[in-house]
Design a protein around this ligand. Sequence first.
Ligand SMILES: NC(=O)c1ccc[n+]([C@@H]2O[C@H](COP(=O)([O-])OP(=O)(O)OC[C@H]3O[C@@H](n4cnc5c(N)ncnc54)[C@H](OP(=O)(O)O)[C@@H]3O)[C@@H](O)[C@H]2O)c1
Length: 271
Amino acid sequence: MSAELTPLDGTAALVTGGTSGIGAAIARALLRAGTPVAITGRDGDRASGAAQALQEETGTECAGFALDVTDDGSCADFVRALEGFRPIEWLVNNAGVAETMASASPGNLDLARRLMEVNFFGPMRLFAALGPGMLERGGGRVVQVASSASLQGYPYVSSYVASKHALMGWTRSAALECAPKGVGVSALCPHYVDTPMTDRSIETMREKTGRSEEDLRAFLAAQNPGGALVTVREVADAAMELLRSDRSGAVYELIGGSTAVIEEGVLIGAR
Ligand SMILES: NC(=O)c1ccc[n+]([C@@H]2O[C@H](COP(=O)([O-])OP(=O)(O)OC[C@H]3O[C@@H](n4cnc5c(N)ncnc54)[C@H](OP(=O)(O)O)[C@@H]3O)[C@@H](O)[C@H]2O)c1
């Protein structure tokens, strides 16, 4: 795999949900490598503030935009706002949400619809908006921040698991379709990562079980095959490798302490 590939001159990377956790870490890694980045969040002021802080920290251009990935109108506004920035060559579909609910609960149907909107239709909307430009230029990379929940089931999160499985199915097909046209589409599948999302899961478990935060954090770390929570740095390093890769349809599993290539994908056609 190439370690040197960068986006075309004049283009930029986009990280959805770059205001927090994994997205902020991937944006930081891109900026440190000298790639201009657009980050998004639902609150435009929060996204601009986070972008300004990242730009000051790294010295590379970073712009923040409002985007709710569940909303067609918000997506259209965002694409218009991007016209004053740069074309997007690298897209990291990271924005996502997780919620627990028993599979048989009547509310699980509504929850599944909400989670599908963010975790599955969100990445599809972004690709529908930005993919045609990449295919026309004959170059581009898409990295989906999927999950170990794209590869296996977990109790009480059937809607989340379903949304992340759907994302993987879409990714595997799009990867094969886009590779001959110069565009790579690949996926990261981290087990539990040390982020605000995991902090919220721990808080919910603490309320339900009365167990201490420390105990629950150790419990989740022990669930990871590597025995430790995945760090956002590990996810960012893996994302950079996929963005720079000459393969489409690669799937990386992050288990806590190490990363495995579980699907190698196919070679991307020449630009
Ligand atoms: N944490 C884990 O253990 C873990 C493991 C595997 C995979 N993942 C995946 O990694 C991704 C990032 O998770 P994280 O742990 O970093 O969570 P996080 O800290 O909660 O960050 C989630 C990000 O998604 C954005 N977001 C949420 N809903 C959105 C919407 N409707 N439209 C646009 N942006 C939205 C949030 O931005 P605003 O709040 O500013 O809108 C935030 O920046 C998710 O796709 C998650 O499923 C996480």
